[in-house]
Design a protein around this ligand. Structure first.
Ligand code: SF4
Length: 307
């Protein structure tokens, strides 16, 4: 029985590798079809143009050097011993397979890197790329992260994702056929999306039997289209208690088998709002306390809460 009331990814990693495993984000110099004109040019409305979530990564260094730098920091801070290379910035399958293989191999060759996580868009997975990823899934510890954000096409259009929900379900299907584990990214608090719609996304992901979920709070970041909308008063951001409650509701609707890989992020130096999210550990503690108060766990609402 895990300490958490949800199937925390960090616990799974500890069980598997025998110690805490640290993710090191790398920026391998990819671009994104939703920025370079292939699908669109403006990008998702919340993306700062450096690739979502990639703030602070040293893009100009080779992948191995980025990993060595990251390791050095983590060893100093946490006496860390094992690491995962996290291809996070932009769309990390958006290149010919030869280049992808060279970059992934470069990462796996770094000492104490025990696996790979590759983040991408569901529309960036041609068959040859999927076959390559399947090879990594067979011979290494591997997860694919797919940006979904919402299962509702109206929302996906409003945030300018440049793909629809069907693109995600197709990608999921192709990954499943090849034995690639998929973690879906979802953003809570997207403009115009109701509580019922957000929770419908939980039910749909449960039905699709995704392997993992990452929940993000909608962050308004400096320099984004979303920041302009926020400045004009066209959108609002979530209050902390509402977010905590919704995350708990969401977890209760997911099968306990689904690995929970993130429940919030801290936004970093370019965060405009909501500033309460900077206290990331307070938010995580509040989620734990709320589940405890409710006496519920991941999967409770489905009557499947044992893990
Ligand atoms: S898919 Fe990712 S990198 Fe591309 S515009 Fe959206 S958030 Fe930015």
């Amino acid at each position: 029985m895990a300490d958490k009331r949800y199937n925390a990814f960090s616990e799974e990693l500890k069980r598997l590798f025998g110690c805490r495993v640290h993710r090191i984000s790398v920026d391998a110099g990819f671009t994104c079809p939703n920025r370079d004109g292939t699908v669109g040019t403006g990008g998702c409305i919340y993306c700062g143009g450096e690739g979502s979530g990639s703030y602070g990564i040293a893009r100009n260094l080779p992948v191995a050097a980025q990993l060595e730098d990251g390791k050095e920091v983590m060893v100093r801070k946490y006496k860390a011993k094992k690491f995962i290379a996290y291809f996070q910035a932009y769309s990390n399958t958006y290149a010919p397979v030869e280049r992808l293989a060279a970059l992934y191999d470069e990462a796996l060759a770094v000492e104490d890197i025990v696996g790979l996580i590759v983040g991408t868009r569901p529309d960036c997975l041609p068959p040859a790329t999927l076959d390559l990823l399947a090879e990594y899934a067979r011979r290494s510890w591997f997860w694919l992260e797919l940006g979904l954000q919402s299962t509702h096409d109206r929302t996906l259009q409003a945030i300018n994702r440049g793909h629809d929900f069907a693109a995600f379900t197709e990608a999921m299907e192709r990954c499943r056929e090849r034995g690639i584990r998929v973690c879906a990214h979802v953003i809570i608090g997207l403009p115009g999306e109701t509580r019922e719609e957000i929770l419908a996304t939980a039910g749909i992901l449960d039905g699709l039997k995704v392997d993992g979920v990452k929940l993000h709070l909608l962050h308004v970041m400096r320099g984004t289209m979303l920041a302009q909308m926020y400045g004009r008063g066209e959108i609002s951001v979530m209050e902390r208690d509402d977010y905590v409650g919704l995350v708990c509701d969401f977890l209760e609707l997911l099968d306990p088998r689904i690995s929970i890989q993130r429940l919030t992020g801290d936004g970093g130096r370019d965060l405009v709002a909501p500033l309460w999210s900077l206290a990331k550990f307070e938010v995580l503690n509040a989620i734990d306390q709320e589940l405890e108060r409710r006496g519920s766990r991941q999967g409770s609402a489905l009557g499947r809460s044992t893990f």
